[in-house]
Design a protein around this ligand. Structure first.
Ligand code: 5GP
Length: 203
């Protein structure tokens, strides 16, 4: 079997529940890891360096861009967010699936650069529900919520770029849907080619 891991992009508006879904998915799969991004935004309460993000200054971030250390990056709501390329490559080579939980512009850059991607767009059932979830989270100001909802509307218009759309009405159902996608994707011919050759050669 092809023993490279899969690179899985998970995008979706702020408040779509991506974070919770990813946490549950990782609890269920020990063959899958989450890429830790770099950002210039301030840490939220409880967020830890190297666990949730690597927190950098704008200058430090720009140096990472110049040195080609990011697989992709984007500006979102006034801050930079980016994916360090080295750990992603290392994990995929070691056979781990790597999840990139990233916004749409960055996701499109990865899709344009690489073909071996599985991309999933996660959405809440409605924008009203999205707003309710953002307010319940309590981590954003009214202005930031307004801005995130505006971005969400735009992000939904880019969902067509993704391989799959998963509606997050209930977290456990959304996780099951993503598990089904990962299972099916792992059986694509391209990922089974080495296995087929092995079967032929050992006949
Ligand atoms: P938050 O500020 O809520 O943690 O993240 C804001 C948005 O940035 C979310 O949509 C999140 O998925 C996205 N994001 C997090 N890390 C990255 C990254 O490395 N690259 C890109 N392009 N987006 C990211």
């Amino acid at each position: 079997m092809n023993n490279r891991g899969m690179l899985i992009i998970l995008s979706g508006p702020s408040g779509s529940g991506k974070g919770t879904i990813v946490r549950q998915l990782l609890e269920q799969r020990d063959d899958t890891v989450l890429s830790v991004s770099v950002t210039t935004r301030a840490p939220r309460t409880g967020e830890r360096e190297g666990v949730h993000y690597y927190f950098k200054t704008k200058q430090e971030f720009e140096r990472l861009i110049e040195n080609g250390e990011l697989l992709e990056y984007a500006e979102y709501n006034g801050d930079y967010y980016g994916t360090p390329v080295k750990p992603v490559e290392k994990c995929v080579r070691e056979g781990k699936n790597v999840i990139l939980e990233i916004e749409v512009q960055g996701a499109e850059k990865v899709m344009d650069k690489r073909e071996d991607i599985v991309s999933i767009f996660i959405t809440a059932p409605s924008l009203t529900e999205l707003e309710r979830r953002l307010r319940r989270r309590g981590s954003e100001t009214d202005a930031s919520i307004e801005q995130r909802l505006k971005i969400a509307r735009w992000e939904l218009t880019r969902a067509f770029r993704y391989d799959y759309v998963v509606m997050n009405d209930k977290v456990h159902s959304a996780v099951e849907r993503i598990q089904a996608i990962i299972s099916a994707e792992s059986m694509r011919f391209a990922r089974m080619e080495d296995f087929i050759l092995e079967v032929i050669n050992n006949a």
